[in-house]
Design a protein around this ligand. Structure first.
Ligand code: TRP
Length: 447
């Protein structure tokens, strides 16, 4: 049981706010047309993200048990596979999440010594691939396993309390600084001047990318929100908790965009291209740090603090991912916690080696998570809550809520608009998978 409601909200925000916001959002925005992406992303948070997070909360609090068992507890054992998709997705995602977490560790060192600030593009190119990247990937995984194996998540939860405000302050500071730089304007134009023609022309790629980002960033489809809400009391308002998490999480993503995109625009002389890719934030931030007024010491100090805080954000998400898989095995098969965490950590580490070796693999693993696992899992969550739980779901959402009328609107939205939207996204992704394997960038492994 959460000691306080704030404890639950913090844990949910700690899971949601992570590399998805700071690393993934900026480069997805830059790769998918900036404002076009932002527009569809915001719509996706509203139309799919918020209804779906409420759906996971409702399942969890009603069943009072974690992911896979929740469905039997609600009298629908055949739906266990929805939780299973989440568990598989969690292990899969952690394999490359840990690679990026490793880069963050590397950048704590690189920023402090100044090595990362001298020539950011070259630095990223060197440390993000090959053996260098595998080593830090191992280090990050070791940290994650250590925390989960010894059950010292409490410490991290405490750190999360400071992490979110620190991230916001640091990103705000950097965003203001970026604003003062010559040439930043092109970044804002790119992010805020929506070309609706471009959205329509590129709907087949922008929509799945934006919806995928919304789901990934809110940690939806992994059943973690189900598990977290299972500890929640009946007098909490799921609606206001869900809105709080969604707004905080989306805010951090946009803030990261406001730092990274202007910096990318400055670097490229006004034209933002998709080139930044997974390295965008790792190149943009050190470039800005190198030019901070006050000389290299200031840049190095700010860099150390920034990447240290990002590490906490990454760790809080990574332990939540590993915990999802560990808890499943411990609860269902009676495995001992320590060997399970260590064994899984080793296996997931190996699964992540290709991503550490070559960023093309990282992109491929990420695409499979975001375009396949998540939309599928969320589709089933929406179907389950909308059409199977139905009236029970409405009753659950009303518990502790002071705006009971919304629950019915939410149910009907789930049953219609949300369902159709998610089916549309799944269809677009499957189309990419089966019908355009040559051009489809999502599913072809980079062999
Ligand atoms: N939302 C996290 C982020 O933005 C990543 C994530 C996705 C996650 N699914 C999760 C974290 C499940 C914990 C549990 O970085």
């Amino acid at each position: 049981m959460w000691a306080t409601r704030i404890g639950f909200i913090l844990a949910a925000i700690g899971s949601a706010v992570g590399l998805g916001n700071i690393w993934r959002f900026p480069f997805q925005a830059s790769a998918n047309g900036g404002a076009a992406f932002l527009t569809v992303y915001l719509a996706a948070v509203l139309v799919i993200g918020i209804p779906a997070i409420l759906a996971e909360f409702v399942i969890g609090r009603r069943a009072k048990t974690s992911a896979i068992g929740a469905f039997s507890k609600l009298g629908r054992p055949r739906w266990w596979f929805v939780g299973a998709i989440g568990v598989v997705a969690a292990g899969w995602t952690l394999s490359y999440y840990s690679v990026i977490g490793g880069w963050v560790i590397r950048y704590i060192v690189g920023a402090t010594t100044g090595a990362a600030l001298a020539d950011p593009g070259t630095y990223f190119g060197t440390v993000s691939v090959g053996i260098e990247s595998v080593v830090v990937h191992a280090l990050f995984m070791l940290l994650t396993v250590g925390i989960v194996a010894f059950g010292i998540e409490d410490g991290i939860e405490l750190a999360t309390k400071f992490m979110v405000p620190s991230i916001v302050v640091l990103l705000l500071g950097l965003a203001v600084y970026a604003f003062t730089l010559e040439g930043a304007g092109a970044g804002y134009d790119f992010l805020f001047t929506a070309d609706f023609g471009a959205i329509v022309d590129n709907a087949g790629t922008v929509i799945p990318a934006a919806v995928g980002q919304a789901l990934f960033s809110l940690s939806l489809g992994y059943s973690v929100m189900i598990t977290y809400a299972s500890y929640l009391g009946k007098d909490d308002s799921l609606l206001s908790d869900g809105l709080t998490v969604a707004v905080a999480n989306t805010g951090v993503g946009i803030l990261a965009g406001l730092v990274v995109l202007p910096l990318l625009a400055i670097q490229s002389g006004g034209e933002i291209s998709a080139e930044g890719g997974p390295g965008a934030v790792f190149v943009a931030i050190p470039t800005a740090l190198a030019e901070l007024p006050g000389g290299s010491v200031v840049g190095q100090a700010v860099g150390f603090v920034f990447f240290a805080v990002v590490l906490v954000a990454a760790l809080s998400s990574a332990i939540s991912l590993l915990e999802t898989v560990v808890a499943y095995l411990v609860d269902n098969y009676g495995f001992a916690r320590l060997p399970t965490a260590v064994g899984l950590g080793a296996g997931i580490f190996l699964l992540g080696v290709p991503s550490a070796w070559d960023t093309a693999w990282l992109t491929w693993f990420d695409n499979i998570s975001v375009a396949l696992f998540l939309p599928l899992a969320v589709l089933f969550v929406v179907l389950f809550v909308g059409w199977v739980l139905g009236a029970d779901a409405v009753a659950e959402l009303r518990e502790g809520s002071n705006s009971p009328g919304i629950a019915t609107v939410w149910l009907w939205a789930l049953r219609t608009v949300v369902l159709v939207a998610v089916i549309g996204v799944v269809a677009l992704n499957l189309y990419d998978l089966f019908l355009v394997p040559d051009e489809g960038t999502y599913f072809v492994p980079p062999l």
